[in-house]
Design a protein around this ligand. Structure first.
Ligand code: SAM
Length: 256
């Protein structure tokens, strides 16, 4: 790995499979003037082919050794390096109509996705490599065992598309899990019908705190018997049985 020892704490599994790298960049299909931000450029597996097709690229990286390498490799006119933690990065400060991409550090992928979901109105699209198990949770349908808070919050804000599966051998070192690449495209403002997005997020979070319990229990103190009746939602269902639309109806009912 060109003299760099992979750091587990930064979730470093570097892509080494040229076919997969080509497929990811092809799916992103960058156009010269696009405002692309790569999260976790690492040793540049995606950075290099992206820069070949772009005038300029932004990257967000936490590892100082990797940052030093990137600075040596690329002039600031081509690569803007945002040093620090993507979990607290203010992507809105980087620009507008952003295209976020990355082979994400798996150890922080769920909190990172929740953080990125807040930028739904600032980005054009997102393409990420993640653990396959996380992509399964993202695209899960109501009733699926892995349908949860992540599914509801992301499906509310984005159209999700599972693009390709990636085996461990495509990385060095190979991760212990299977991976997959997913595309997220923000929904139009007219589709975002939560009257109060914070309340919607709170209701979803509260419902899923105890996913094996009935809604009557998980939403105790939030939605009473009359509320369940008015909405036509059975209080004996479990949180994973409700559709995104049902959570919206609950949140909007409470708002009224
Ligand atoms: N893009 C490279 C590739 O595909 O080979 C590296 C991907 S590696 C899975 C994840 C990258 O994210 C590493 O470069 C790691 O240092 C970086 N990283 C880890 N945690 C981060 C964080 N909190 N904020 C920004 N970058 C982070």
């Amino acid at each position: 790995m060109k003299g760099h020892v992979a750091r587990k704490r930064f979730g470093q599994n570097f892509l080494v499979d040229g076919g997969i790298i080509g497929a990811i960049v092809g799916a992103i299909n960058p156009q010269r003037g696009d405002a692309v931000v790569e999260i976790g450029p690492g040793l540049g597996a995606l950075t290099e082919p992206l820069l070949a097709r772009l005038d300029h690229l932004h990257v967000v990286e936490i590892d100082r050794d990797l940052i030093a390498r990137l600075k040596k490799q690329y002039p600031p006119g081509r690569l803007s390096i945002h040093e620090g933690d993507a979990l607290v990065c203010d992507f809105a400060a980087i620009g507008r109509d952003l295209r976020l991409v990355g082979n994400l550090p798996y150890n922080i992928s769920t909190p990172l996705l929740f953080h990125l979901a807040d930028y739904g109105d600032k980005v054009r699209d997102m393409h990420f490599m993640l653990q396959k198990e996380v992509v399964e949770r993202m695209v899960a349908a109501p009733g699926d065992g892995d349908f949860g808070r992540l599914s509801v919050m992301l499906q509310y804000r984005f159209h999700l598309e599972w693009l390709l599966d990636v085996p461990p051998e495509s990385f060095d070192p190979p991760p212990k899990v299977q991976s997959a690449v997913v595309r997220l495209i923000p929904r139009a403002a007219a589709e975002l019908t939560a009257k109060n997005p914070e309340r919607f997020a709170r209701v979803v979070q509260t419902a899923f705190t105890q996913r094996r319990k009935m809604l009557r229990n998980t939403l105790k103190g939030v939605l009473d018997e009359a509320g369940f009746n008015a909405l036509g939602i059975s209080p004996t269902l479990r949180p994973e049985d409700l559709a995104v639309e049902d959570y919206l109806r609950i949140a909007n009912y409470l708002e009224d």
